[in-house]
Design a protein around this ligand. Structure first.
Ligand code: DLL
Length: 432
C-alpha cells in the first residue's frame, strides 16, 4: 500500500500531487548533474522550470538502452561514485553491458518496493522465503533478498544451480514461499514430483518474474504445487524486481507509482495509448538518486488500467506482459509472440509447458517448427495416438497464430531446462 499522512491508502489525486512534486525535483537533479540530460533538454529547448507537474512529462526526452550503452559504464550516474554503494549490470546478447548504480537510499527504496510485493502476496515475518533467482550482477537474487529481509521474513539465499539441495532445504526448513523465474519453478516442481515430495512441502506462494509467462502457465504451476503464484516485474535499468507486482486478485500488476511513473506509448509514433490499449511501457524513476532515468523505453508490451482494484489499492495496474517488442518474431510477414504459442499449448492441456520454437529460412521461405514435450506414454503404450495429437496441436497453433506450423512431439526432458530466464526461440535466420 502507499499511505497518506492519515495512514489511509492514497487517493489518485494525492498520488498525482506526490508524483508532480517528485518529478519537478528529479528534472532539476538530472539537468544539473547529468550532462547527457542537460544536452537532451537543451536540444528540445526545455529548462527545468518548464516542468511544473506530472502533466508536463511528455515534454521530456526519452531514454533508450543504447543511451545507457553509449555512456558505459557510469556516464549517466547523477551522484559522485563515492555515493554509489552497489552496481548491477545486465549483459544482453549484443554490445556492452548495461550498468546501473544505487545509493544507500536507492537500495532502501528497492527493499521497500520488493517488501510491498511480498506483502501483496500475503507473506510476512512468519514466512520462510527461498530466494532462487541468481545472485550476482543480475538484480533478481539480491533484489528479492533485501525485500524479503525488509519484510522480516526468514530468508534462505539459495540462488540457482543446485535444484536437489533446494528441494531438500525446502522440505527441511519448511519453506512457505519461493522467489524464482516461472520456468525454474516448473523445473523445481518436476524434481519434487520425481521424488514424490510434493506432499511434504509447506509452500504456499511463489513470486515469479524476470521473463514473460502466461496466465495458463500460472494456473499450471498453482495446480502442480497447490500454491498461489504471483507475477513480479522489474528491470535493472529502472531498479530490478519490484517495480510492479500482482495481488491476490491477479488482475494486473500494481505499479509502485510513488517511485516509478508509467506511460504506455504507441511503439511507432510514441504517442500515448488509451487506458487498456496495448503499447510499449516507459518509466520515469521519480526518486532514484544513482541513475535516475527520464521516460526509459522498456520495449515491454502491456496495457495500463487506473480502475480501482478489488484489493483496495489505488495504484495503476499493468496487464500481464505480452512479451517485448524485440521478442516479436516476424515469420512470413506474420507477427508471432512466444507467449501466444505457450498460451495455446497450455490451454489444450495435453502437453507439458516445455516447448521450443525453431525458426528457419528454407528456399527463401520462413519456417516454424514447434517442439513440445508430451507424456512418455505417447512413445510407448499410446504410440498410435502420436500422429493425431501432432495434427491436433498443429491445428490449435495455426488457429492461435495464423500460420502453418510443423509440430514435433518429443519425450519428457528433451528440451533444456533453465534456472534463469528461459529460452523459447532458436531463430536460425539470425545465425546465418
Ligand atoms: O529480470 C529483474 C527481475 C528479477 C524481475 C526478478 C522480476 C524478478 P532484467 O534482467 O534487466 O531484470 O530484465 C528485465 O525482463 O524488461 C522484461 O522484458 C522481462 N521481465 C521481467 N519481469 C517480467 C515479468 C529483471 N514479470 C526484462 N513478466 C524486462 C514479463 C518480465 N517479463
Amino acid at each position: 500500500m502507499i499511505w497518506n499522512e492519515a495512514k489511509e491508502c492514497m487517493s489518485r489525486d494525492q498520488l498525482q500531487t506526490l508524483q508532480s512534486a517528485r518529478l519537478v525535483k528529479l528534472v532539476d537533479r538530472v539537468y544539473h548533474n547529468v550532462e547527457f540530460y542537460r544536452r537532451k533538454m537543451q536540444e528540445l529547448g526545455i529548462e527545468p522550470g518548464d516542468i511544473k507537474g506530472i502533466e508536463d512529462i511528455t515534454k521530456l526526452p526519452f531514454t533508450t538502452k543504447a543511451d545507457l550503452r553509449d555512456n558505459y559504464p557510469f556516464g549517466l550516474f547523477a551522484v559522485p561514485q563515492s555515493q554509489i554503494v552497489r552496481v548491477h549490470a545486465s549483459s544482453g546478447t549484443t554490445g556492452k553491458a548495461t550498468v546501473v548504480g544505487y545509493t544507500r537510499k536507492d537500495i532502501s527504496v528497492w527493499a521497500e518496493c520488493v517488501a510491498r510485493a511480498f506483502a501483496q502476496a500475503g507473506l510476512g515475518r512468519d514466512d520462510v522465503i527461498q530466494i532462487a533467482y541468481g545472485y550476482g550482477l543480475f538484480t533478481g537474487g539480491l533484489g528479492a533478498h533485501y525485500g524479503a529481509e525488509n519484510l522480516g521474513a526468514t530468508v534462505v539465499p539459495m540462488s540457482t544451480g543446485n535444484t536437489k539441495k533446494l528441494v531438500t532445504m525446502m522440505k527441511d526448513f519448511g519453506a512457505t514461499a519461493i522467489a524464482c523465474t516461472p520456468s525454474y519453478l516448473l523445473h523445481i516442481a518436476e524434481t519434487l514430483e520425481a521424488g514424490d515430495d510434493i506432499k511434504d512441502i509447506k509452500l504456499k506462494a511463489a513470486i515469479c518474474g524476470a521473463e514473460p509467462w502466461t496466465e495458463q502457465m500460472r494456473k499450471q504451476i498453482e495446480e502442480k504445487l497447490h500454491i498461489n503464484a504471483f507475477d513480479i516485474y522489474g528491470l535493472s535499468e529502472i531498479m530490478g524486481p519490484g517495480v510492479a507486482c500482482d495481488c491476490i486478485y491477479h488482475k494486473g500488476l500494481h505499479v509502485n507509482e510513488d517511485h516509478f511513473f508509467p506511460e504506455i506509448l504507441n511503439p511507432d509514433t510514441l504517442a500515448p495509448c488509451a487506458e487498456d490499449e496495448t503499447g510499449e511501457l516507459a518509466f520515469t524513476t521519480l526518486t532514484k538518486e544513482g541513475i535516475p532515468l527520464l521516460r526509459y523505453r522498456t520495449r515491454d508490451l502491456t496495457s495500463i488500467s487506473y480502475a480501482p482494484c478489488e484489493c483496495g489499492r489505488t495504484t495503476a495496474r499493468l496487464s500481464r506482459f505480452k512479451g517485448r517488442s524485440d521478442d516479436m518474431l516476424i515469420i512470413r510477414g506474420v507477427n508471432v509472440f512466444p507467449s501466444q504459442v505457450e498460451a495455446a499449448l497450455l490451454e489444450m492441456g495435453e502437453t507439458s509447458p516445455h516447448y521450443m520454437m525453431i525458426v528457419d529460412r528454407i528456399n527463401n521461405l520462413d519456417t516454424l517448427e514447434v517442439q513440445v514435450e508430451v507424456d512418455e506414454a505417447f512413445f510407448f503404450d499410446r504410440l498410435s495416438e502420436l500422429d493425431s495429437l501432432t495434427k491436433k496441436i498443429g491445428h490449435v497453433l495455426q488457429q492461435a497464430i495464423g500460420l502453418a506450423v510443423k509440430v514435433k512431439l518429443v519425450e519428457p526432458n528433451t528440451i533444456e531446462r533453465s534456472m534463469g530466464k528461459a529460452v523459447h526461440v532458436i531463430d536460425k535466420r539470425k545465425l546465418v
